[in-house]
Write a protein that binds this ligand. Structure first.
Ligand code: G3I
Length: 342
């Protein structure tokens, strides 16, 4: 039996009926719409189809982090990261790299090695040279350093603090390994103007003054229904971009207070949609906010329920890959004229 065009469209659902996707609208605006990707799910047709249809940017959720990609001193595990890069290339998506320096997911051999400061520096240098070198020309932007500040603006004490000047050295080494990649500092809870974002801003100013390579700041934006004042976030983005830097929203999700066994109420879904719409519109209002990336795209696979007890359903697609009100709200934000930015 041959399906009529109408029945095919009905089967594909509302996304196909409108003919517009997040990706098509983002392409039209010249902005990246990205998502975190786990290579393990790429063999699942609904996952792969949704990813390729809706996004023009992919970022490995875990596969490029130090522990997963460099599990022993002389062993690199590239296949999972390669799988994400190859999928992205096959579907003409840009790739963001995440992340070269982080206190979390560090390989045990580094943590337990009792290395001297010089040895730690040499380990980090070699790691950056190898990983960035491998993906040179394939990864257009790196989260070089992730989450190095505490909420009071002081520097976090981590294993890497033992390597002298590790933050600026990491940026220098990344530039050396791929002169064309854009280099980002990335952090959470630094969206609004606060002590952490002040510290990041001061670091960025200092880097500009001293010629340390830095192209942008990543605002993770793991938020809830009260994401902080949009005006304050816009002001923070404005001051960063006035330094000549880009801003990218790198890990957006909007967690809902729900019992995992109960689907979210329509009211919660609408409130979530509004939050997504406001954040996307805010990024679109500044030309140097160049990417909006969600941390995963389906509630089937999200870090939230396992790590935030009593919360879930944070992403634009539900666990069966059906678009939620949040998805339509992002489409609406992309369709709306942006004041002063046309
Ligand atoms: O792959 C192993 C598997 O082999 C093992 O059997 C299993 C047992 O626990 O663990 C698996 O690794 C887990 C990994 O996710 C892959 O699923 C780790 O335990 C788990 O800790 C890890 O969580 C990741 C988390 O970073 C680590 O802190 C999340 O997926 C990832 O979404 C999250 O991402 C971070 C960003 O990188 C930085 N910003 C915050 C964001 C959310 O925490």
């Amino acid at each position: 039996m041959r399906l009529s065009t109408i029945s095919i469209l009905l089967l594909l659902g509302p996304v196909a009926l409108s003919g517009q996707t997040l990706r098509s609208l983002a392409d039209a605006r010249g902005i990246y719409i990205g998502t975190a990707v786990s290579p393990a799910h790429l063999s699942e047709p609904a996952y792969a189809d949704t990813l390729a249809r809706e996004f023009n940017q992919a970022e490995p959720e875990n596969a490029m982090k130090f522990g997963p990609i460099h599990p022993a001193q002389s062993t690199y595990n590239f296949p999972p990261a390669d799988a994400v890069v190859e999928f992205a290339q096959a579907h003409k998506m840009a790739v963001r790299g995440h992340t070269l320096v982080w206190h979390n997911q560090v390989a045990a051999w580094v943590k337990n090695g009792n290395f001297t400061p010089e040895q730690l520096s040499a380990i980090l240098h070699e790691h950056i040279k190898t990983v960035v070198g491998r993906y040179a020309g394939k990864v257009y932007a790196w989260d070089v350093v992730n989450e190095s500040f505490e909420s009071d603006g002081s520097l976090r004490k981590t294993i890497w603090s033992g390597a002298p000047g590790y933050i600026e050295q990491a940026f220098r080494w990344t530039r050396e390994a791929d002169p064309k990649a854009l280099l980002f500092y990335n952090d959470f809870a630094a969206e609004v103007v606060n002590r952490k974002s002040d510290a990041i801003y001061k670091m960025a100013q200092d880097f500009k003054t001293r010629g340390i390579p830095l192209d942008g700041i990543g605002l993770q934006m793991h938020v809830g229904l009260k994401p902080g004042s949009i005006d304050s976030i816009a002001a923070n983005i404005q001051r960063i971009t006035e330094l000549g830097l880009q801003v990218q929203i790198t890990e957006l999700d909007v967690k809902l207070p729900i019992d995992p066994a109960t689907p979210p109420s329509p009211d919660l879904l609408e409130a979530q949609a509004k939050t997504y719409r406001d954040i996307v519109a805010m990024c679109l209002a500044n030309r140097r906010c160049t990417a909006i990336q969600t941390w995963g795209f389906t509630d089937r696979y999200s870090w939230i329920p396992a790590n935030n007890k009593g919360f879930g359903a944070a992403l634009p697609f539900d666990a069966d890959y059906h678009p939620k009100p949040a998805y339509r709200a992002i489409l609406d934000a992309f369709r709306a004229p942006v004041p002063g930015n046309q």
